[in-house]
Design a protein around this ligand. Structure first.
Ligand code: CP
Length: 313
């Protein structure tokens, strides 16, 4: 594997999940793989889980790890070619990517969607321009359209649950006061397409994800109907894709509550975190023993370690 931008970069999805599970069972078994190698993590947006779990993953493999927060520590980067750089941007990605490549053997990048320019977001400008000029592998730590490290961790978590042979898994939109990107929903959907499950997406009218990603997955605009008989409920907010970046509704009718979870088959609850309590989901769901959000966060370490191991090998 030369880079990890989406789940489609994995040579074999099931093998990658198995590798992550093996690392979880024996975390230091590959501690020599990254010896004298450096992992650089570049954050253009905030993070708790990705920032800490990916550092931990690098260290499990024996790597040195460097982290840089571009929102307040680095020079602002210009991505367009031929620009007269007389504004606020002091460094061009052509130099920045090559310079970072001098210090690092693998580089992770977090660069969220702008949610103002669909075309630019879908071009994954930050990630792609770094790839163009870097000379080392790049790992997507959540880009405009994908969060594959999260999806891989979610796959590990799903496999750890006690579920029927072909479980019903519901990805449900939930309310949020801010416009959020589609990356988690997209990657969870892509991951579920590789699992043997009855997978449905529930979201209000106007909130359908990119139809090129959801393809033939059933999309239901009635949350109660979708939750009936679910074995796993994964909640996530995203803004409108069609009316790009817009919040179309602000009511709490789609907030997940214990009453709604009662319609399910005693479902497990999942969310990538961070989560706004009593906005996205009621306390009673998040604090229920069936909530698996902490296990998901724990599995981020092993999903990242498996990806780094594959890149280093
Ligand atoms: N789930 C996730 O990516 O969390 P952070 O934004 O805190 O990294």
């Amino acid at each position: 594997m030369k880079q990890f931008l989406t789940l489609d970069d994995l040579p074999n999805f099931d093998d990658q999940v198995a590798l992550a599970q093996a690392i979880k069972a024996d975390p230091y078994q590959f501690e020599k793989v990254g010896k004298r190698k450096t992992l650089g993590l570049l954050f253009f947006n905030p993070s708790l889980r990705t920032r800490l779990s990916t550092q931990k993953a690098g260290r499990l493999l024996g790597m040195d790890v460097m982290v840089m927060n571009f929102s307040n520590e680095a020079w602002a980067i210009e991505y367009e070619d031929g620009t007269i750089m007389e504004g606020l941007r002091s460094e061009h990605v052509k130099e920045a990517a090559q310079v970072v490549s001098q210090y690092c053997d693998v580089v992770g990048i977090r660069a969220f969607a702008t949610l103002t320019d669909k075309e630019k977001d879908e071009s994954e400008q930050v990630l792609q321009r770094f790839i163009e000029h870097a000379t080392v592998p790049i790992v997507n730590m959540e880009s405009a359209t994908a969060h594959p490290l999260q999806a891989l961790a979610d796959a590990i978590t799903l496999q750890e649950l006690t579920l029927p042979k072909k479980p019903k898994v519901v990805l449900t939109w939930a309310p949020h006061p801010k416009a959020l990107p589609h990356a988690v929903g997209n990657s969870f959907t892509r991951m579920m397409q590789q699992m043997d499950a009855d997978f449905v997406i529930a979201n209000p009218e106007g909130y359908d994800l990119d139809p090129r990603i959801t393809k033939d997955i059933p999309v239901i605009h009635n949350q109660d109907e979708a939750l009936q008989g679910a074995d796993v409920v994964y909640a996530k907010n995203w803004c409108s894709y069609e009316q790009y970046g817009q919040i179309l509704r602000t009511d709490n009718a789609w907030m997940l509550t214990p009453e709604k979870m009662a319609k399910t088959n005693n479902a497990y609850f999942m969310h990538c975190l961070p989560i706004r309590r009593n906005v996205v989901v009621a306390d009673g769901v998040l604090d229920h023993p069936n909530s698996k959000v902490i296990e998901q966060a724990n599995n981020r370490t092993f999903s990242a370690a498996a990806v780094l191991k594959s890149l280093l090998s």
